[in-house]
Design a protein around this ligand. Structure first.
Ligand code: GLN
Length: 535
């Protein structure tokens, strides 16, 4: 049996060079050749998971099917590969230390002094090999967060060094991603930061095998040769990653640069014919030259940082391409929406999407957005908190339950139309205590939701504490807002829609975690379709 191949992606010079996209693109190219590939992210921060991090700090928290709250890069991996990731695909320093300390408390170290080397590095290696050891993958690509030279990433780089030494260059390979800046004053591309960053890796005992150079301008042969010579890699191992309009072009560019071929050769694998990536190219073509265009307002409170809603943004792009339509997103800060201005602010949009969120900041703005959509027959998509806002709005303005609210925002509301589940009431901890991960949902026939999914039984991922209060269901249904999907085991309402409205659907789950390039999510596709017919 061919041993599992491990590829480590590190970054140098600066953060935000796109290690996640390079990892996902490489995985896509290997997958297109028929290999089984998975991607793992190692994050050097001390939080056990990013679940408790403010989206302003770290962007969106991505949730896997098995209920792990993870780094947003896992979203890219799933969107590129269309295969699910799990808790094992995202490991943080906090998690590593937590397991080492738990073992120490249990007495597993038999009185030894517990140290970064070997105990922390051994735990890192164990987590990496865990994915490879399941006989499910030919390649495990591990992206190491942060930048080489950071104090926090040292144990991870040491783990890479040890694995290279243990398993050999044919089985373990390092791709180092750096920046080649362009100096406008002298009109030159500069390789010195790359040389320094490689030196830093070498000081830690790791010779990179492949360099991916991020650049604004084409790198000539001279530059490639120079980098190869000074950084001790072969010329064909210097790969250019030039800036592009969309991340979805990167796999195509990496194929042109021969990244997959170089890797297969280095790892002693057979290099067959290049895959044609036809469905991917078709998607790109529709994404870049669409027939229609729509304007969607995305109402949320983290709108200053687009990474906070990255899965929603990408799902809208996938659904747009499927409909041959460009989706222009107009981010509206829910705190800026008031009773006086909501009509003016929201007019002129083909659809309104109210985003997920926590806490009461900006909540009344979100409720007004749902009101505007309902009253003006504008397509409306409410996701998680977005659904809850639509429910509160309907209760207040259609059922005339004046002070209706969610108990998350108003504990003493006389009409708790959104309320905590019984099991959740005693929970005081914050991390990992929500309804998390995939749950089944039964869709009601004859609804718009059913038309969109074309299926009865679905499964979607959750990340919330509060639920629709079933005591009010009859009143809602009699007034025209019906439950279109429920959890078959608990009867919790998962989807609400307004029967007589053009397209008004709110979901308690997060469909955006399930949309991929080659399998756009049916609700996003149908939502965009309904906005096109509005034009
Ligand atoms: N704050 C709401 C809850 O906990 C909604 C969460 C969300 O939008 N993900 O139920």
């Amino acid at each position: 049996m061919v041993p599992v191949k491990y590829i480590f992606v590190t970054g140098g010079v600066t953060s935000s060079l796109g290690k996640g996209i390079i990892s996902a693109s490489l995985a896509k190219l290997l997958q297109a050749r028929g290999y089984l590939v998975t991607i793992q992210k190692l994050d050097p921060y001390i939080n056990v998971d990013p679940g408790t991090l403010n989206p302003y700090e770290h962007g969106e928290c991505y949730v896997t099917e098995d209920g792990a709250e993870t780094d947003l890069d896992l979203g890219h991996y799933e969107r590129f590969l269309s295969i699910p990731t799990t808790q094992a695909n995202n490991v943080t320093t906090g998690r590593i230390y937590q397991s080492v300390i738990n073992k120490e408390r249990r007495g597993d170290y038999l009185g030894k002094t517990v140290q970064v080397i070997p105990h922390i590095t051994d735990e890192i290696k164990r987590r990496i090999k865990l994915l490879g050891g399941r006989n499910k993958f030919d390649f495990v690509i591990t992206e190491i967060g942060g930048t080489v030279g950071d104090i926090e990433s040292l144990p991870y780089i040491e783990a890479v060094r040890q694995l290279k030494w243990e398993l050999g260059d044919r089985n373990v390979l390092n791709i180092h991603l750096t920046l080649v800046p362009y100096l406008h004053a002298s009109g030159e591309l500069k390789t010195k930061p790359t040389q320094h960053s490689v030196k830093m890796l070498l000081e830690n005992g790791v010779q990179p095998n492949i360099l991916v150079l991020r650049t604004e301008h084409e790198l000539g042969d001279e530059i490639r040769k120079k980098v190869a010579l000074f950084c001790n890699v072969e010329a064909e191992s210097v790969i250019q990653s030039i800036d592009v309009n969309t991340i979805y072009q990167v796999p195509i560019l990496m194929q042109q640069e021969g990244l997959d071929v170089t890797i297969l050769k280095k790892m002693g694998m057979e290099v067959g014919p290049a895959p044609d990536l036809a469905p991917w190219k078709q998607f790109l073509k529709r994404l870049q030259n669409p027939k229609y265009s729509v304007k969607i307002s995305l109402v949320g409170k983290y709108v200053e940082l687009p990474d906070a809603y990255i899965s929603i943004n990408e799902s809208l792009k996938h659904a747009g391409a499927m409909n041959d339509c460009r989706v222009c997103i107009d981010y509206i800060h829910s705190e800026n929406i008031t009773e006086e201005n909501y009509r003016d602010l929201l007019a002129g949009h083909d659809g309104i999407l109210v985003a997920p969120g926590f806490g009461d900041r900006g909540i009344e703005g979100k409720i007004l957005a749902a009101k505007y959509a309902r009253e003006n027959n504008v397509p409306f998509f409410g996701i998680c908190l977005g659904l809850q806002c639509a429910v509160v709005e309907f209760a207040r303005n259609v059922l005339n339950l004046d002070k209706a609210h969610s108990t998350e925002m108003a504990l003493k509301t006389p009409h708790p139309v959104i309320d905590l589940m019984e099991e959740q009431k005693g929970v005081t901890e914050k991390g990992g205590t929500m309804r998390l991960g995939a749950y089944p949902c039964h869709i009601r026939k004859g609804t718009k939701t059913y038309e969109a999914y074309g299926a009865n039984e679905i499964s979607e991922r959750h990340r919330h504490r509060y639920e629709f209060n079933n005591m009010y269901l009859e009143a809602f249904e009699n007034a025209g807002m019906i439950s279109a999907g429920t959890n078959p085991d608990t009867s919790l309402v998962e989807i609400m829609e307004i029967k007589t409205h053009k397209w008004f659907i709110g979901v308690q789950f997060h469909p955006e975690y399930n949309s991929t390039v080659l399998k756009p999510h049916p609700l996003f596709v149908d939502f965009i379709k309904s906005t096109i017919s509005c034009i």
